[in-house]
Write a protein that binds this ligand. Structure first.
Ligand code: ADP
Ligand code: MG
Length: 390
């Protein structure tokens, strides 16, 4: 257990808070504000408790230098609307611009610093950069679970320089995922999709020991099809992971479920020509883009017995209708179960949001990489650096 904002005195304090405002932008506006909303309870608690709040986050992948397309201005604007109070914005996260903006803060004020990744010191976890971020603050609050698997200056470095506690989002993620790791109600079903096995190999191997059933869909299944000697036409696959896929198949035995039918098309741009075929009947030149209805049925029947379901990775090319049907069907199936349901991964969370069923899940994690690494049993540097609850 980690200390939280509730365990420390915040009245009149200058707080540096790390948030995960790495949100998708479109035409200079925030396209999905889920991550901003997720940080609101902690920000409101600090504001109401009389702290002066300086927020910082990374956004996208600028290369250690300013990139106008990745400035935090649209985020500050959206946060202002959601909070219902003015959110000031500094045009840098360190240096004079940041220092003068921070010096002027009064209790209850909120300031958002510029993108931390505009400086190389962020990803390098540079001590001087971390010290500048920490400058003048009495307390560090980390609510950025989604960035906790990175030992960067704003997640790990500053936590070594200031008293450091978890925000509500961070502490809830830890609590819920700890419960999932330690006490999942059996039977446990893990559903994996997306494309790359190599991104998820650690957690797949761990779940081979923990889960009663492992369902594989999405592009990831293609690599398993290849490992079984099936033809997959022009579908995406990860040939570097063929051997791993074979080992997983062998270890899992009949605990692994692969799709039995798939939706294929010659191109995702021509969905009208799509077909549903058995997995051993994919013609050359075609692409597997979703799981088929018989697979949905088989997965659903097995899911009915589950008491715990863990899901990471969409079942198909869910961004492009109608190849979202398999993913949607699984999302909707989960709402009908008498089971605890845990969703993790950026695309998985957006698929569940898109299907309008996020609030029917036990937990939709704000973590992608952090979610997978935590379940794998790895120590997240951003979490480890926070003070332990006594
Ligand atoms: P998450 O972010 O939830 O961890 P991933 O990033 O691993 O999920 O995978 C999501 C991506 O996988 C999506 O962009 C989706 O379109 C893609 N995908 C899933 N199945 C297929 C497929 N059969 N062909 C091509 N892309 C696929
Ligand atoms: Mg993703």
């Amino acid at each position: 257990m980690k200390k939280t904002v509730k365990d420390v005195d915040i009245q009149g304090k200058k707080v540096l808070m790390r948030v995960d405002f790495n949100v998708p932008l479109k035409d200079g506006e925030v396209a999905d504000d889920t991550r901003i909303r997720a940080a609101l309870p902690t920000i409101r608690y600090l504001v109401d408790g009389g702290a002066a709040v300086t927020l910082c986050s990374h956004l996208g992948r600028p290369k250690g230098k300013p990139d106008d397309a990745l400035r935090m201005d649209p985020v500050a604007e959206r946060l202002s609307e959601l909070l219902g109070t003015e959110v000031k914005k500094a045009d840098d996260c360190i240096g004079d611009k940041a220092a003068s903006a921070r010096a002027g803060l009064k209790p209850g004020n909120v300031l958002l610093l510029e993108n931390t990744r505009f400086h190389e010191g962020e990803k390098a976890n540079d001590d001087d950069f971390a010290e500048e971020l920490a400058q003048g603050a009495d307390l560090f609050v980390n609510d950025a679970f989604g960035a906790a698997h990175r030992a960067h200056a704003s997640t790990e470095g500053v936590a070594r320089l200031l008293p450091a506690v978890a925000g509500f989002l961070m502490s809830r993620e830890i609590e819920v995922l700890d419960h999932l790791i330690a006490n999942p109600a059996p039977p446990v079903v893990a559903i994996f999709g997306g494309v790359k096995i190599s991104d998820k190999i650690g957690v797949l191997e761990r779940l081979l020991d923990k889960a009663d059933t492992l369902m594989i869909g999405g592009g990831m299944a293609n690599t398993f099809f290849l490992a079984k000697g099936l033809e997959i036409g022009d579908s995406l696959a990860e040939t570097d992971s063929l051997e791993t896929a074979g080992e997983i198949l062998e270890k899992a035995g009949d605990r692994i479920m692969l799709p039995v039918d798939v939706v294929i098309a010659e191109s995702p741009d021509r969905p009208e020509g799509r077909k549903t075929v058995a997995v051993d009947a994919v013609p050359g030149g075609w692409k597997i883009l979703d799981i088929g209805p018989e697979t949905v049925k088989q997965f659903s029947d097995k899911l009915k017995e589950a008491k715990t379901v863990l899901w990471n990775g969409p079942m198909g090319l869910f961004e492009t209708a109608p190849f979202d049907e398999g993913t949607r069907a699984i999302a909707e199936m989960l709402t009908r179960l008498d089971a605890d349901t845990y969703i993790g991964g950026g695309d998985s969370a957006s698929a569940v949001n898109g299907a309008g069923v996020a609030d029917k899940m036990t937990h939709v994690s704000t973590g992608g990489g952090a979610f997978l690494e935590y379940l794998e049993g790895r120590t997240l540097p951003g979490v480890a650096a926070l003070a332990d609850a006594s």
